[in-house]
Design a protein around this ligand. Structure first.
Ligand code: ADP
Ligand code: MG
Length: 250
């Protein structure tokens, strides 16, 4: 589904990603871990198509297509969705209108009809209650005045409604209390299926107790220096990143 090959990315003149390789197959959940400033958010932003990143070499293939030639809208329509580390507030845009407009844009791009209003309301209400959010969140402006945890729930709500092929979550666990963490984890787990891939950026093993990843990668200084299964996350939790750095330098 996703193939990142020898990716080099520069931000404001300094090289952040320095030859990153990553392959994610449909059905898999990958966790991307690593110290602050390693380039985790940069990678997810470059895949999603955010401005301000210069890819100096390497490539990214999504379902075999050259992702770097696709506009940000085309990537979204192709099924890539990034849940932000810091979800933005959009005053003046009601949450429910954003959800409906995004879903309909996807349907129209697939050559389908727009979703009938009653069907949409049913779908959204189901997912809303799954995320343990009440109806008022639909009528409020997107993320405006939401608590940290509510913003993160709202990111997952968008995913449940839009059903992306590749769901990327950038530190979805930061700022969550234990109950919110469980709700968010249940939301993410319900997205797991054979056709979808999930890439989760996280610092902590805590989230991975709820969402057991197929692969765990350690990103250090712009490269993935170690990959393993879920046990690697436990080992990182116990030992930190220092030993991985030493191993990769050797
Ligand atoms: P991580 O998510 O792993 O903590 P980031 O990808 O956010 O790391 O950042 C990697 C490095 O790139 C950091 O040193 C950060 O300061 C730098 N960086 C990211 N975005 C910008 C930007 N817009 N301008 C300048 N430097 C940036
Ligand atoms: Mg980050």
């Amino acid at each position: 589904m996703l193939e990142v090959k020898d990716l080099h990315v520069t931000v404001e003149g300094s090289e952040i990603l320095k030859g990153l390789n990553l392959t994610v197959n449909p059905g898999e959940v990958h966790a991307l871990m690593g110290p602050n400033g390693a380039g985790k958010s940069t990678l997810s932003a470059v895949i999603a198509g955010k401005d301000g990143y210069e890819v100096t070499s390497g490539e990214i293939l999504f379902e075999g297509k050259n992702l770097l030639e696709m506009e940000i809208e085309e990537r979204a329509l192709a099924g890539i969705l990034l849940g932000f580390q810091y979800p933005v507030e959009i005053p003046g845009v009601k949450n429910i209108y954003l959800l409906k407009a995004a879903l309909n844009a996807q349907r129209v791009a697939r050559g389908e009809e727009e979703i009938p209003a009653p069907e949409f309301m049913k779908l959204v209400r189901e997912q809303l209650s799954f995320m343990k959010m009440d109806g008022s969140f639909l009528q409020r402006a997107v993320n405006e005045g939401f608590s940290g945890g509510e913003k993160k729930r709202n990111e997952i709500l968008q995913m449940l409604v839009l059903q992306p092929k590749l769901a990327m979550l950038d530190e979805i666990d930061s700022g969550l209390d234990i109950d919110a963490m469980k709700v968010v984890a249940e939301g993410i787990n319900s997205l797991r299926n054979a056709d979808r891939a999930i890439l989760m950026v996280t610092h902590y093993q805590r989230l991975l107790e709820h969402i057991v990843p197929d692969r765990v990668h350690v990103l250090v200084d712009g490269r993935i220096v170690k990959s393993g299964d879920k046990d690697l996350a436990n080992e990182l939790e116990a030992r930190g990143y220092e030993w991985v750095l030493e191993e990769s330098a050797a």
